[in-house]
Write a protein that binds this ligand. Structure first.
Ligand code: ZN
Ligand code: FE
Ligand code: FE
Length: 348
């Protein structure tokens, strides 16, 4: 995933989606405010939050609470590297207590980007990646996570078939070595950059068939699926129908809910804020509220807005985007409001 810059975005629809809201939401006011309601009636939605700082899981939980998230996703360290702190420093007990008190579940882990278990050309990549994932599964279990969202990697020239087969061998080895944990590995659908594998449902279905483990599931990233060539905007029913046929909807255990900056078949993997990209509000809100997926966590990985006066500063939109999705009303001015929240005028 890469952050999109927002300077050229134009909202693509101003139609609100209140008319497609579910029964529990029809009485919501047309604004981004909401009061607490029973956990069961709430969308299972949240975002990536940061497991950083001295207090680690406590910080992540507090961020999720501040965002009014009912599910969260964390990296167990920097996504670009594989250095990880010992689990004794994660403040698990206090963090778990906060998450449970605030009914934030499930907790998802995202594995770092640099693992490539589809690489047949470097034998050391296999051993390194497998060992890292064994540790990641331990950390995920220790913090009470259900799933690890996992990038399937790239075949780096060996071909898709060889890449998928190599990935299947690696995942099989990982599952065989971790029979006591229930934590799943939810392989992410990819946009098709470079030589990425798992860029279509046939490849994903083949991978699941080769591994044959109930602990191997799928992370459905809406930006990636759209960018890879599935028309989630105008033919979502067909897309999910094909997913069901080739993979099985019961295998879909995590959504990454992102708009797409470049759109259908672009293979770019550039995320956009909800309703601010080519996929658009109606498609994303439709997935968020689809009753088939009510129990599947939807995780936002949308871009932070750069400060026009200081591009080193960026402000994430998660709190407002979660409120927007809970209210069921698209706010085309949301990025401007995020800047205003941070005391910044939106004029570049
Ligand atoms: Zn991405
Ligand atoms: Fe990802
Ligand atoms: Fe993603």
């Amino acid at each position: 995933m890469t952050n999109a810059d927002e300077t050229t975005q134009t909202p693509q629809t101003t139609k609100t989606a209140a008319d497609t809201a579910t029964n529990t939401e029809t009485s919501k006011p047309a604004g981004a405010t909401r009061s607490a309601s029973a956990p069961s009636s709430r969308l299972l939605i949240g975002s990536h939050v940061s497991l950083s700082g001295e207090k680690m899981l406590v910080n992540a939980a507090k961020e999720g609470i501040d965002f009014d998230a009912s599910t969260i996703m964390v990296f167990t360290g920097a996504p670009q590297n594989t250095r990880r702190k010992d689990i004794s420093r994660f403040h698990v007990e206090e963090g778990r207590r906060l998450l449970d008190e605030h009914h934030i579940a499930p907790l998802i882990v995202h594995a770092p980007y640099i693992i490539n278990l589809a690489n047949t050309k470097k034998p050391e990549a296999h051993e390194f990646g497998v060992n890292f994932m064994l540790g990641e599964l331990e950390r995920a279990e220790a913090i009470g996570a259900t799933d690890i969202s996992f990038h399937p990697g790239a075949h780096v020239g060996a071909g898709t078939k060889a890449g998928i087969e190599q990935l299947a061998r690696s995942l099989t080895e990982i599952f065989e070595k971790t029979t006591t944990t229930k934590v799943r590995i939810a392989v992410e659908t990819m946009a098709g950059k470079g030589s990425e594998v798992c860029t279509d449902f046939d490849q994903m279905g083949e991978l699941l068939r080769l591994v044959g483990s109930p602990r191997l599931t799928v992370t459905f990233d809406t930006c990636h699926v759209y960018d890879s060539g599935y028309d989630l905007k105008d033919h979502a029913d067909d897309v999910f129908g094909e997913f069901d046929e080739k993979i099985g909807l019961d295998k879909l255990t995590v959504f990454h809910l992102n708009d797409s900056k470049f759109g259908l078949s672009s293979h770019k993997d550039r995320h956009a804020n909800i309703g601010q990209g080519k996929l658009g509000w109606d498609a994303l809100y439709g997935i968020a509220t689809d009753l088939r997926f009510a129990a599947v966590p939807k995780i936002l990985e949308t871009p932070a807005i750069p400060d026009p006066a200081d591009p080193h500063k960026r402000y994430n939109c998660y709190k407002r985007e979660i409120a927007e999705l809970r209210a069921g009303v698209f706010d085309p001015d949301l990025p401007k409001k995020v800047l205003a929240d941070n005391g910044v005028a939106a004029t570049a």
